[in-house]
Design a protein around this ligand. Sequence first.
Ligand code: PMP
Ligand code: GLN
Length: 412
Amino acid sequence: LPAKFAGSETTVWEEFIQLAIENKPLNLGQGFPDFAAPQHVTKALADIVTGENVLLQQYTRGYGHPRLVAVLSKLYSKLVSREINPHNEVIVTAGAYEALYNSILGHVTSGDEVILIEPFFDCYEPMVKLAGGTPVYIPLRPTKTSGTILSSDWKLDPEELAGKFNKNTKAIILNTPHNPLGKVFTVEELNTIADLCKKWNVLCISDEVYEWLVFKPYKHVRICTLPGMWERTISIGSGGKTFSVTGWKTGWAYGPAELLRNLFIVHQNSINSCNTPTQEAIAQGLELELGRFGQPGCYLQSLAVELEKKRDFAAKFLREVGMIPVIPEGGYFMIADWSPLAGKVKLEQETDKYMDYRFAKWMTKNIKLQGIPPSAFYCTEHKNLAENYIRYCFIKKDENLQKAEDILKKWI
Ligand code: PMP
Ligand code: GLN
């Protein structure tokens, strides 16, 4: 195996998706909605593939279908208050995943350090290594240990963060709203990061796939809108998250042409062009949402309202069974401290090194409820920080969240 693959041979997804296939648990593991996507988007796709415009079944422009890059530039120009050029400041990718890959492979080379904030969405680490870079880790830490704990209580220590930057630092990867904590970084926190990026001339790769899933009164702030940050930020979004169609794997990145250029090159020499029909359907969907932006029917805003109720429901039953949930301000995941239930779990039946893996596996097999072990989102040295936690995805039908409650209460 090439050295660049060391430690990247498998992923938590490979393991837990297989475990779900074998054990058929109620699945609050991998993050995806289990309810229908907005009809205007799914119907658009059906019409596109059965319609008369035969060219929509063929290749489209490599850097992004013209109709999609047009509406993306219109949407983000409005959101970041600057004119975004659809030709060279936006790229459509095979999910946000490919946008991350292109950003990292396009900008990081041997000798570069890349700062990852723990917990981090797991693919950041192997991508940095594949590019020849060295990940540098800094954990968010809970600043509170009793009472209701919010994801905003998990913070970076500004001095510790400053200590991670040096002349070899090429980039920092930010994720807000955050997976798995659900933390929505405040403008103060983003300013701290931005100041360090400017001081050390560092690129910010901002993974904002959950940009629409923010609960009141919190607000999503795009770091590219902070002074001096546009020129050093690549912002990443996902059609799959935006319209609850994760299987469509259509994402994008936007930023200044000088930074996007490298992403274009990686894309051109790997994926080349993404599939046309989903791009067209997402374009039509965004056009419609843009026309009713800020109005009650706008899906970009209404999904978060639905989701907030689900968050509250899940937090309540997790608390009632004795876990300690960390209440998220955004996104669709919640971590919970399961350690008060340790006496009820036969952890010795599993052989994994880390206790969260043992808990997650034992629960999937025996209680038939699946979550994800969050130590997957930490470097080896810091995995112990996550051992008491489990991550649950709560973007599920109410009846399935109710089933999760019933399963846990029956077990307890
Ligand atoms: N970033 C984060 C933080 C995610 O949770 C996900 C979920 N898949 C992605 C990126 C990838 O998004 P996509 O499905 O659009 O590739
Ligand atoms: N983003 C989703 C999650 O965190 C899916 C991850 C994946 O399939 N790699 O669960």
